[in-house]
Write a protein that binds this ligand. Structure first.
Ligand SMILES: [Fe+2]
Length: 296
């Protein structure tokens, strides 16, 4: 366990030259709820959390900020981060729904990480058939994998879930296979993709039909990844950011045992975190491989 204990991915921030267009995409196409819009940005949610997506005006930039929840109060987290030599800033003005936030800079990328004990509830009630269940993970490029991995594992309490080759690592902060994944790259930087969870394959298919009606086409999938075994689809938002809609991701129910809950599509039983070969079965068990997805 790390210095502090991240328990959940909270939100991801996007800067865009066209706030209205991106908010329209999130509300009309992905069926998110716009909880609040003010001069600090537009705050959108899939459910009880105040927000899981923040949209602000600027140059097109994805993963401009990532918010995580901690299992603990901020005073002790602040102290332990300080003892570990990290500079944090305590903020009460980050945005609605997050009145008490520790801001910490991610190494190498400079991305602002927001740590909070919890968000205020969004007030959103009821059920709609299309809306994703939650923000599942945010994948990003990093110039150097080992430094990023040790930052997340040793400082923030993430656990190692899987690695592809020597360049793509998946880490979890709760039962879900990954909340953060990083691809080593000297060529690319910034966000790799953002992923929203659907309840089931049927739910995912309904959303794909809805996307098609709004002229959003998949550029990859559906398929099934090896690491995480999630059923995946990828399309692009109006700014060109890659958005994954997925379902059936691996979960670890018992951290002491440390293996994934058995699923019929697993390669072995029990299935533990491991390092995967770079091959078709790893990238997409169903085929075909998508060449750009292997860029690093
Ligand atoms: Fe993903």
């Amino acid at each position: 366990m790390g210095t502090v204990n991240v328990s959940k991915l909270g939100y991801v921030g996007f800067e865009t030259p066209d706030v209205e267009r991106l908010v329209e995409y999130y509300t009309t196409v992905l069926d998110f709820v716009l909880v609040e819009g003010d001069d600090r940005g537009a705050f959108l949610t899939t459910g009880s959390d105040h927000h899981c997506v923040v949209v602000t005006r600027g140059d097109a930039k994805a993963r401009q900020v990532v918010g995580y929840e901690l299992w603990e109060d901020l005073d002790s987290a602040e102290q332990r981060l300080k003892n570990a030599g990290y500079v944090t800033e305590r903020r009460s003005d980050i945005g609605p729904g997050t009145p008490d936030v520790l801001v910490l800079e991610e190494p190498m990328t400079g991305v602002a990480l927001h740590l909070a004990t919890s968000q205020d509830p969004s007030g959103v009630q009821g059920f709609t058939p299309l809306r994703p269940t939650k923000l599942g993970h945010v994948a990003a490029y990093t110039p150097e994998l080992a430094t990023m991995q040790s930052f997340y594992q040793d400082l923030l309490g993430f656990r190692w879930s899987d690695t592809v080759g020597d360049f793509f690592v998946f880490m979890r902060c709760n039962a879900d296979h990954h909340a953060a994944n990083f691809m080593a790259s000297q060529k690319y930087s910034g966000m790799h993709h953002v992923a929203y969870e659907m309840r089931s394959p049927d739910h995912l298919i309904s959303m794909l039909d809805h996307l098609a009606k709004h002229d959003y086409r998949l550029h990859w999938g559906p398929g099934r990844h090896g690491p995480g075994h999630n059923l995946f689809t990828y399309h692009r938002d109006p700014d060109g950011n890659v958005v994954e809609l997925f379902t059936q991701i691996d979960v670890v129910v018992d951290e002491a045992k440390g293996h994934w809950e058995p699923r019929p599509w697993h390669e072995e039983f029990p299935m533990y975190p491991r390092t995967w070969e770079v091959d078709l079965a790893t990238v997409n068990q169903w085929g075909p491989i998508d060449p750009p997805s292997l860029d690093h």
